[in-house]
Ligand binder design. Structure first.
Ligand code: PEP
Length: 231
């Protein structure tokens, strides 16, 4: 079954958007996951309770507790109803310095309490232009993947830019992820997915990680509908 995940990033949207999405979707025929900012997790969980829509966080710390000001542990995410957590998003890697080692530790911490990590991988524009895209994807998967993770292929140059990868590029990347992680891994595509361009990505991959378009209930519902068509 396809998985469509919405990454709301640091936008102050909570139960309002979750309720609007729930109303648009009815009973979704694919897996749907909403990932609001930490303070809104509980209210989003309440807004989607009983709908089949799952709750995810955008990051976590690898330690279970302690003097880590500003950080949130895997157990805390579980306590507010999360089933999933995004790990290694390129914004975390590039803006907050998350290394491959940190990403690997976060994946382990999430899995230790039963959260499903959505491990994000993807090359920068410079790596793509230098012909290193597939090598970069392989190295990020090798550094952090554990069986049971979902992998989101998100080329950095496609995130928030309005320039999605071609479906062929996404398909090749998904193949590279499967070569590195095993044939059973679920691979999502992310990077400027919207209601108009999403359909081919559901042929190329097992779902989508959606940023900007997930903040609009109608657009997100249209993406979910396209995933349902793809099966
Ligand atoms: C993302 O942030 O994971 C993402 C894919 O963003 P956008 O859809 O806005 O490119």
């Amino acid at each position: 079954m396809k998985l469509v995940a919405g990454n709301w990033k640091m936008h102050d949207r909570g139960a309002d958007l979750a309720s609007a999405i729930r109303a648009q979707l009815g009973a979704p025929g694919v897996e749907v996951l909403l990932c609001p900012a930490f303070p809104y997790l509980r209210e989003v969980g309440e807004a989607v309770a009983g709908s089949g829509i799952a709750l995810g966080a955008q990051d976590l710390h690898w330690e279970p507790r302690g003097a880590f000001t500003g950080a949130v542990s895997a157990r805390m995410l579980l306590d507010v109803g999360c089933t999933h957590v995004i790990v290694g998003h390129s914004e975390r890697r590039l803006l907050f310095g998350d290394t491959d080692a940190a990403v690997a530790a976060k994946v382990k911490a999430a899995m230790a309490v039963g959260l499903i990590p959505i491990l994000c991988v993807g090359e920068t524009l410079e790596e793509r232009d230098a012909g290193f895209a597939q090598r970069r994807i392989r190295s990020q998967v090798a550094a952090a993947y554990q069986p049971g993770c979902v992998v989101a292929y998100e080329p950095v140059w496609a995130i928030g830019t309005g320039r999605a990868a071609s479906p062929e590029h996404a398909r090749e990347a998904a193949r590279t992820v499967r070569d590195a992680a095993g044939a059973d891994v679920r691979v999502l595509y992310g990077g400027s997915v919207n209601a108009a361009n999403c359909a081919p990505f559901f042929e190329a991959a097992d779902g989508a990680l959606v940023g900007g378009a997930s903040l609009d209930a109608a657009a997100f519902a249209a993406i979910v509908a396209a995933a349902e068509v793809a099966g």
